[in-house]
Design a protein around this ligand. Structure first.
Ligand code: NDP
Length: 403
């Protein structure tokens, strides 16, 4: 039924491709394209090995997604109806430009970030709204887990449990152990830029800035554990407070182990997390990019990874004049992900929602020309597909997990 081009062949791309190959009645043809073709070929080979019955026709190609003419040539040659962008946030705008030029729909999992400024916001991509709308094309932004499933959970709260959401807390716990002294679960450069930036949350119409990891509390993650969790800025907050204007306060919490914070502090203190290029033996090198090159690749963490992730959204507000608190969440086991798609839980929980978003788009269940965030669509079909494709959704009523 659908021919889709996926760009990026890292941890998340591995999962998206395998989930598309599992869902072969929808994704009949898939091209995996990335900067390093060998990584695309490896995924294609694994699909043949682990999913021998899949009818999805998988091909691979090399593409530099920073280069619009190269993207346009590849898209014109393959003629997909949708591009799934799971490269890096730096490539969002070039891929959107190429989609506009070739008349193809677009989906990504992370908002645009310029390489030289550690700043991410939707303004750059929202600026494409009119052009996508006029071209009759749809772009779906941030369709991983957080952002992605967390936006769906917020819309689900609003649709089923609240007349007004007042307080929103998104919580992300990785209670896993990959056995490495220090590694990041997704692209190290993007991950470290996110965590070392100042924290930010929304309160009474304003953004309140904090020092990195300044605010913390112990949060109970159902079925998993209680973990110290820290406020940091996360991109879904930006669209959620606009799309749900009754929200008075919105925060994002993430767990970090002591070992992780210790390593990060040292790396920061010695300048290894800086994105300012330095001159090293006549070469301009950004220390963070060099650090990425020496850290384990996220997709290499999968074998032997134990423990679970628990990501959810707590909403507090009013229904029929009464105060209500409700929590919607998913728990996923790293080892189970490895057994199923040879990937760890963080890649899995990002890749499955991307496949689901793509399926809803090509099936026209979610379809409007323009540029949209995930919460602007009906959450129910998405939740139903999460339950079907390996991310069961749970709910907890009446207990306030985040104070
Ligand atoms: P990886 O670093 O593992 O993979 C990134 C892939 O993109 C690599 O294959 C890389 O190629 C490729 N790539 C980078 N630059 C280019 C380029 N110019 N042209 C073509 N390909 C390129 O990252 P992850 O898989 O962990 O993450 C993928 C995306 O998912 C990121 O944007 C990340 O922010 C996002 N994400 C979203 C989450 C969510 O819940 N919403 C959670 C986790 C991640 P090469 O191998 O040559 O470097």
């Amino acid at each position: 039924m659908a021919r889709v081009l996926m760009i990026g062949a890292g941890g998340v791309g591995t999962v998206v491709a395998k989930k598309c190959a599992q869902n072969d009645s929808v994704f009949t043809e898939l091209m995996i394209a990335s900067r390093t073709k060998a990584k695309c070929d490896k995924i294609a080979d694994e699909i043949k090995q682990y999913l021998p019955d899949s009818r999805t026709v998988v091909t691979t190609a090399k593409v530099d997604a920073d280069n619009v003419p190269e993207l346009v040539a590849l898209i014109n040659e393959y003629k997909p109806e949708l591009v799934i962008n799971v490269a890096l946030p730096y490539q969002d705008l070039t891929i959107m430009d190429a989609c506009l030029e070739t008349g193809v729909h677009y989906l990504d999992t992370a908002n645009y970030e310029p390489r030289d400024v550690a700043k991410f916001e939707y303004s750059w991509q929202w600026a494409y709204r009119e052009r996508f709308e006029q071209a009759g094309l749809m772009a779906l932004l941030g369709c991983g887990f957080d952002p992605g499933a967390t936006n769906v959970f917020t819309a689900y709260h609003a649709k089923h449990y609240f007349d007004e959401i007042h307080y929103l807390d998104i919580v992300d716990c990785n209670n896993g152990d990959h056995g490495k002294a220090f590694a990041t679960n997704f692209n190290p450069e993007i991950n470290i830029r996110e965590i070392t930036a100042n924290g930010r949350y929304y309160e009474n119409g304003q953004w309140v800035e904090t020092q990195p990891l300044e605010i913390s509390q112990d949060i109970y993650y159902p079925k998993v554990t209680t973990r110290k969790s820290y406020v940091l800025y996360h991109e879904e907050l930006e669209s959620l407070v606009i799309n749900f204007p009754t929200i008075k306060r919105a925060r994002f919490w993430m767990t970090f182990g002591e070992q992780y914070i210790k390593h990060l502090t040292v790396l920061q203190n010695i300048g290894m997390t800086s994105i300012e290029p330095i001159n090293y033996q006549g070469m301009q090198i950004a220390p963070l990019e060099f650090l990425k090159a020496v850290l384990p690749a996220p997709e290499s963490l999968s074998a032997g990874y134990t423990g679970q992730t628990c990501i959810g959204v707590q909403a507090k507000g009013i229904k029929d004049g009464k105060e209500v608190v409700h929590f919607v969440y998913n728990v996923k086991d790293h080892a189970e992900c490895h057994r199923e798609v040879q990937a760890q839980g963080v890649s899995y929980t990002t890749g499955v929602p991307a496949m689901i978003g793509a399926m809803l788009m090509v099936n026209k269940v979610w379809f409007k020309p323009g540029v949209y965030n995930v919460e602007e669509f009906d959450p129910d079909p998405f939740i139903a597909e999460m339950n079907k494709w390996g991310l069961p959704v749970d709910e907890l009523a009446g207990i306030e997990l985040v104070k």
